[in-house]
Design a protein around this ligand. Structure first.
Ligand code: PLP
Length: 403
């Protein structure tokens, strides 16, 4: 699962503990495999056994493991400068902000704040929406089953009650409506609403697609009511769905877009982009981050965006998606597919997803499940046809075991 807190790919095997994992808090289940290196869409464990990676570090390592361009940028930047604080300009941050702005908006019209994770991007968005809304408009309407992170604000925005229950009371000011129900959204917006927050495709919930035209309708409601439209593209952004951003499959123009995951290809970085008029609500001192926008992470982020552009990675994702989807649909255990590009939800005919993931790992394929009957595939966008074929062969072998 993208949110690894409940990932059953890491089911317990018991016995010895060669990796001293008992020193780690038990926020994740016990893990079975220790990967020591990776290359493209392949991973190698501590016995140098090869695995095909259909997960990409949970939709993070889009340009592949050990990408040489990114490695070089990281090494070169590490020799020059790591960190100086946000009291000073960092040339990489401005350049990366410009590159993100150009990819999000057809006419450059936004500003970016850098942070370190998806949850932090959501926290910044909640604060920006409240600052923009003023004293009266502080409420955010989000979606049931939506996922926005584990920090307290992002958790309040999250629409999965089981994740919140142990940590009540939540931050106030959030309402949740059914993803896809436009009438419910309209009814939930009131005089105190500042923003609507949603994922264009619900990743954690199981790669759930919105109904056709839903995003256009959401935008229409936001414009009619004068509230902000915030899209959490932490999982779907940066070519994952076959466009730079998932919202670009429709014709909408969000006010705020949230990024993280693939932006650093594994280096922690998050970002919140907002239209100039909205971004202007933040005054000096309103928000900050010690590490956010640091020289190393933004150098890597800039390299990621440039490489994605140079390699035409959105088109590559679409090509690989067709191969992968065609192959999956030929497998008996597969009932239906969801998602776009290389964010693929697989509904199985039987509730065996957790066991499927465990067995696949045993046979050398890394993937995750998002529910009893749902798998989620999010391979590196640079995965090759040969790697897809190898991964599918393992997938088929596992599927055959479940008859
Ligand atoms: C849509 C979405 N938003 C936010 C997050 C939280 O990101 P992070 O784990 O980097 O805090 C995730 C993580 O899976 C996500 O999928």
């Amino acid at each position: 699962m993208s949110d690894p807190g409940l990932d059953v790919a890491t089911a317990a095997v018991g016995g010895s503990d060669p990796f001293e994992s008992h020193f780690l808090m038990k926020t994740y289940g016990p893990r079975r495999v220790c990967f020591l290196r990776g290359e493209g869409a392949r991973l190698y464990d501590d016995s140098d056994r090869e695995y095909i990676d259909f997960l990409a570090g949970i939709a993070v390592v889009s340009l592949g493991h050990s990408n040489s361009m990114i490695n070089n940028v990281l090494i070169e930047q590490s020799k020059k400068l790591w960190h100086v604080s946000n009291y000073f300009y960092n040339e990489n941050a401005g350049r990366l902000a410009k590159a993100i702005d150009e990819k999000i908006a057809s006419e450059s019209n936004g500003r970016v704040f850098f942070c370190n994770s998806g949850a932090e991007a959501n926290e910044a968005a909640i604060k920006l929406a409240r600052r923009w809304g003023g004293a009266d408009r502080f409420e955010i309407v989000a979606m049931r089953q939506g996922f926005h992170g584990r920090t307290m604000g992002a958790l309040a925005a999250t629409g999965q009650f089981s994740k919140k229950l142990p940590f009540l009371p939540m931050l106030e000011g959030f309402t949740h409506v059914e993803f896809g129900d436009i009438a419910a959204l309209r009814a939930a917006i009131g005089p105190n609403t500042a923003a609507v927050l949603l994922e264009p495709i619900q990743g954690e919930a199981g790669v759930i697609d919105p109904p056709p035209d839903y995003l256009d309708q959401v935008e229409e409601v936001c414009r009619e009511t004068g509230v902000l439209l915030i899209l959490d593209e932490v999982q779907t952004g940066l070519c994952r769905t076959g466009k730079w951003f998932a919202f670009q499959h429709s014709s909408i123009s969000p006010d705020i877009v949230l990024l993280a995951k693939a932006l650093g290809n594994g280096i922690p970085i998050g970002a919140i982009w907002a239209k100039e008029a909205v971004a202007g609500a933040f005054q000096a001192g309103d928000h900050g981050s010690t590490f956010g926008g640091g020289a190393l992470a933004t150098a890597v982020g800039l390299c990621v965006v440039n490489e994605m552009e140079r390699l035409g990675i959105a088109d590559a994702a679409n090509r690989s998606s067709s191969i992968l989807r065609d192959s999956l649909m030929r497998i008996g255990l597969v009932k239906s597919l969801s998602g776009r590009g290389l964010l693929i939800g697989v509904e199985l005919t039987k509730p065996v997803a957790a066991k499927f993931v465990s067995l696949a790992l045993e046979y050398g394929l890394v993937l995750s499940h998002t529910g009893p009957q749902r798998l989620r595939l999010a391979p590196p966008l640079v995965i090759t046809p040969d790697e897809i074929a190898k991964g599918i062969a393992i997938f088929e072998r596992v599927a055959n075991e479940f008859g």
